[in-house]
Design a protein around this ligand. Structure first.
Ligand code: ATP
Length: 357
């Protein structure tokens, strides 16, 4: 039985349909990460699961029970927000204990639970402090602790790390991964940070405009995106996509031609996709353009190359001389070509990579 199941879930605000019939089953113990551009409805989905918004149509199940009409406090989910709203006048201990005390748990059991969670989150030394005497990361750990003490069926995280600086975010990301490994509680996590998605998720759900685009393991989505949107949403820089026409064994577009992969069945108008990591600045290559910008990252970097209307990102090695204004050639690495339908709505070919490659 899924931990959380959404069936044809719909939600509008006024005339705007924000969640457009979402079907999604979250497995028990899973760390499901929802990603998508700003405004695509991720937070709204979490709020629907938590009961903070009412669905217009469709069903929400938690561990098999339909909860559409169940009050938020009775759904047994805990939500952690980006803004960690701690009670400023209460100590860390009192903040952690708050929800249990409200539920009239015995003092001994509250104390024991608070000690256990504080130890798990390395907050034991800070229990008598007030929130203002904590760092951002410590405050966020207290906010998570407040959710954890309740032992909910499901945790809902809404961009919990986005207010932290980069170093702290990396540290908290590791802590969250360890926490999930230890607790094995179902987690649904919203972020716009694809590194968080790729590193934390057991599965990633990519949304666009209120609709689920693809659901799968992080590398599966990266290697075999279902459509152009997913292909370009995951990966940095974004995948290069060009219009092309299949003519016999060739794929021809404005100013270039590439050999069609032997396994490509589709003909006519298509789109081809090449990840910047799979496209190299080279002595020779089927794509030619002028360097518009250079991002040197250390031992290698990316060149952004203008080819007619397109701006292509391609990788170069540290010892290659690449300057703005240079005319360069670009060569795809091996069998790296993705191919999409002419409108980008579905992939018709992905490069044959072994899983985990
Ligand atoms: P972000 O990454 O920016 O947080 P999101 O994917 O979480 O975006 P939502 O917060 O779910 O997006 O919002 C989706 C859309 O619904 C937005 O256009 C937003 O303005 C709109 N919206 C959200 N809540 C309400 C509301 N209570 N009333 C009206 N419109 C709303």
């Amino acid at each position: 039985m899924p931990a959380v199941e959404l069936k044809n879930l719909r939600k509008s605000f006024g005339d705007n349909l924000i969640v457009k019939g979402v079907d999604l089953a979250v497995e028990p113990g899973e760390f499901l990460v929802m990603v998508g551009p700003s405004g695509c409805g991720k937070t709204t989905l979490l709020r629907l699961i938590a009961g903070l918004e009412q669905a217009d149509a469709g069903d929400i199940f938690i561990e098999g029970s339909r909860v559409n009409d169940v009050a938020p406090r009775d759904r047994d989910v805990a939500m952690v927000f980006q803004s960690y709203a701690l009670y400023p006048h209460l100590t860390v201990r009192e903040n952690l204990a708050f929800s249990l005390t409200l539920r009239k748990a015995s003092k001994a059991s509250v104390d024991a639970r608070v000690q256990e969670v504080a130890a798990m989150l390395e907050l034991s030394e800070l229990l008598e402090r007030k929130p203002k005497a904590l760092s951002g990361g410590q405050r966020q750990r207290v906010a998570m602790g407040r959710a954890i003490v309740r032992q909910p069926k499901v945790f809902l995280f809404d961009e919990p790390l986005s207010n932290l600086d980069t170093a702290l975010r990396v540290q908290m990301r590791g802590e969250l991964a360890r926490l999930h490994q230890r607790m094995r509680t179902t987690m649904i996590y919203v972020t716009h940070d694809q590194v968080e998605a790729m590193t934390l998720a057991t599965r990633v759900a990519v949304f666009n405009k209120g609709a689920l685009q693809q659901l799968g393991a992080p590398l599966e989505l990266y290697n075999r995106p279902a459509n152009q949107f997913v292909a370009q949403f995951l990966g940095s820089p974004s995948m290069n996509v060009l219009d092309a026409q299949r003519e016999g064994g060739m794929l021809r577009g404005e100013g270039f031609e590439l050999s069609a992969p032997a396994d490509l069945q589709s003909t006519g108008a298509l789109r081809v996709g090449l990840r910047p990591q799979d496209l190299r600045v080279a002595e020779q290559g089927p794509l030619t353009g002028t360097v518009d910008a250079v991002e040197r990252l250390g031992f290698d970097g990316f060149a952004f190359v203008r080819m007619n209307q397109a701006l292509l990102a391609a990788r170069f090695d540290g010892d290659q001389q690449v300057k703005v204004g240079d005319t360069v050639h670009l060569a795809p690495l091996g069998d790296a070509l993705h191919v999409f339908t002419a409108d980008g709505s579905s992939a018709v070919r992905a490069p044959p990579r072994s899983p985990g490659a």
